[in-house]
Design a protein around this ligand. Structure first.
Ligand code: 2AL
Length: 244
């Protein structure tokens, strides 16, 4: 099974980290290819970043379709371009926020999201609403670590995220932690051991969900909302995005 993981930001070291964490959790027959778009923001921390990441993500979906990928993971906690990607792809496409929230809801009545900057908390709430997880999501907590600082030596990312998780569990009386950034994937095991509650990283959650879907020969329904987009001309910089 070929799973393509798209890191919607263009930071190659983060794409490599996501790929390593995904491969470590994947089944023996699963081949993970982690890619990032060739155009777009270095990190995604606003609606603006998110909107401008989408053309690059869709280009990667088209490459995956050309290469015969079986399924896709969109590895950014805002799930940018998820529904458009589903319209283009034959196989399943899962976003890490939807994967993590759904997985969390299966093992606890409530979860807390621990994310990067305060300004991204609203985006996580929008997703909780969209996925019907409003009741289970007790709160969304900012660590105030910018995405790229997660990988910066000396940023104490692990310690800061650990403290944010501890404080979230006390404040929210929640039962699990959902990590609110793909760049936190490598912290998951360690945080689980330290905190004593389930910690869900969306990258691994999404890999395991697409493996299950492909294993069941299930794919995105093309009878309705996620049918292939209609052919039409696109102009300017977006001309190459016109579909036949
Ligand atoms: C993210 C993420 O997962 N990748 C990225 O660039 N930004 N999410 C976030 N909440 O900051």
């Amino acid at each position: 099974m070929d799973i393509r993981i798209i890191n919607p930001n263009t930071t190659a070291s983060m794409t490599a980290l996501i790929g390593r964490c995904a491969q470590a959790a994947a089944a023996s027959g699963t081949r993970i290819t982690a890619v990032s778009p060739k155009m777009g923001p270095a990190s995604i921390e606003s609606h603006y970043d998110e909107a401008l990441s989408v053309p690059g993500i869709l280009e990667e979906i088209r490459h995956g379709e050309r290469d015969g990928a079986d399924a896709y993971v969109i590895a950014c906690f805002g799930d940018p371009g998820l529904y458009a990607a589903r319209e283009l792809a034959h196989g399943p496409v899962i976003g890490i926020a939807e994967a993590a929230m759904h997985m969390a809801s299966l093992i606890g009545n409530s979860f807390s999201v621990v994310t990067t900057l305060e300004r991204t908390c609203g985006m996580a709430w929008h997703l909780a609403e969209r996925y019907g997880m409003r009741h289970a999501c007790r709160n969304v907590h900012a660590s105030e670590l910018p995405v790229l600082d997660l990988e910066k030596p000396g940023s104490n990312a692990r310690g800061i995220i650990l403290e944010a998780c501890r404080s979230a569990l006390v404040q929210d009386r929640s039962e699990c932690i959902v990590l609110g950034c793909a760049g936190m994937a490598d912290l998951c095991e360690d945080l689980t051991a330290e905190l004593g509650v389930p910690v869900i990283d969306g990258v691994v959650a999404a890999v395991k969900l697409v493996e299950a879907l492909v294993g069941m020969r299930l794919s995105t329904s093309k009878h309705g909302d996620w049918a292939r987009p209609l052919p039409k001309p696109y102009t300017g910089l977006l001309a190459p995005f016109a579909l036949a």
